[in-house]
Design a protein around this ligand. Structure first.
Ligand code: ADE
Ligand code: ZN
Length: 328
């Protein structure tokens, strides 16, 4: 209980959070009502009970179907503000949030409504709640590649509202290298680059090598399978590359037939590990403080390590140096 209080009181940064993954069932009903949409479940309880998945694709099916209620600038404002208020209440001082614009563009929602609503919420949350934030445009890797390019085209007029681009969704058959030209364009626009290397995927080490060595990603989202490659671990450690691990989604990898806890393994290898919540609305509403409370006994985290993990997060955040120093 003392350790839990310590975790909840710590100033925190969260770097791996999908805004659409914070769409709670009760907000789904409120937005459905506002937009005149009929949901496939009658109650919040039945909706929440439907959140049952066993792997990345079955999770993603639930996650994408939930987004249909997001239609207007006000919807994106409400979604982002609710998350930022929740995060602020858990002593998150700074957060970098993913969004999946391809999923919204394909439903006919203008990029201006998506980014506009989120950006307005970020401004209000900074002013009223004191929480800083950045926004990361994710390429949906299993959607047609030309829709990712179209999303980047539509977003570049709003590049001042973005800090980075990322890569998410179903990894099978969609290596990071496929997105090399889009990452290059994003870099030219002044954006940072991160990518999901989900745990225990097909060709997981080849994808990690592409992300780290070929594409020189500025961060890796998840990335636990790196523990299977001493060579890649050495490269990442030398570079001070940060990993945004979400223990609720990527707890364990297997090395030499032995299951190993990702957070524990990364700490023991001297990697810059951080802890985030990923898609809390679909993971029992465990927001980042809750996720760290859950991870602490599982990964046997000492107080010094809990502090180190937050220091890693603020150091890995894409903040101007003066702002970073103010947080640390
Ligand atoms: N989209 C939302 N959450 C994701 C995750 N953890 N991995 C890949 N794509 C995602
Ligand atoms: Zn994720």
């Amino acid at each position: 209980a003392a350790t839990e209080r310590f975790i909840r009181a710590m100033p925190k940064a969260e770097l791996h959070l999908h805004l659409e993954g914070t769409l709670e069932a009760d907000m789904k009903f409120a937005l459905a009502k506002r937009n005149g949409i009929k949901l496939p479940y009658d109650t919040v309880e039945a909706m929440r009970a439907s959140y049952r998945y066993h792997d990345l694709p079955s999770f993603l099916a639930i996650y994408y179907s939930g987004m249909d209620v997001l239609r207007t600038e006000a919807d994106f404002y409400d979604l982002a503000y609710a998350y930022l208020a929740k995060a602020a209440s858990q002593n998150v001082r700074y957060t970098e949030m993913f969004f999946d614009p391809q999923e919204h563009l394909k439903r006919g929602i203008p990029m201006a409504a998506v980014i506009g609503g989120i950006t307005r919420a970020r401004g209000d949350a900074a002013k009223r709640l004191g929480i800083g934030s950045g926004l990361i445009l994710c390429f949906v890797r299993d959607a047609p590649l030309d829709t990712a390019a179209a999303a980047l085209d539509a977003a570049l007029p709003f590049k001042r509202d973005l800090i980075a681009v990322g890569l998410d969704s179903d990894e099978k058959g969609h290596p990071p290298a496929d997105f090399a030209p889009l990452f290059a364009r994003a870099r030219v626009a002044g954006l940072h680059v991160t990518m999901h290397c989900d745990v225990n995927q097909e060709n997981t080490l080849a994808h990690l090598r592409q992300a780290i060595v070929d594409l020189r990603a500025d961060r890796i989202d998840h990335g636990g399978n790196i523990l299977q490659s001493p060579e890649l671990v050495a490269i990442a450690r030398a570079r001070g590359l940060a990993f945004t691990v979400c223990p609720g989604f990527s707890g364990k990898v297997s090395t030499g037939g032995v299951p190993i806890d990702v957070v524990r393994g990364m700490l023991d290898q001297g990697l810059d590990v951080t802890i985030s919540s990923d898609d809390p609305a679909y993971m029992g509403s465990r927001y980042v403080a809750d996720a760290i409370v859950d991870a602490q006994p599982v990964s046997a985290l000492t107080r010094a390590e809990l502090v180190q993990i937050q220091r890693n997060a603020f150091n890995a955040a894409w903040l101007p140096p003066a702002q970073r120093d103010a947080y640390l």
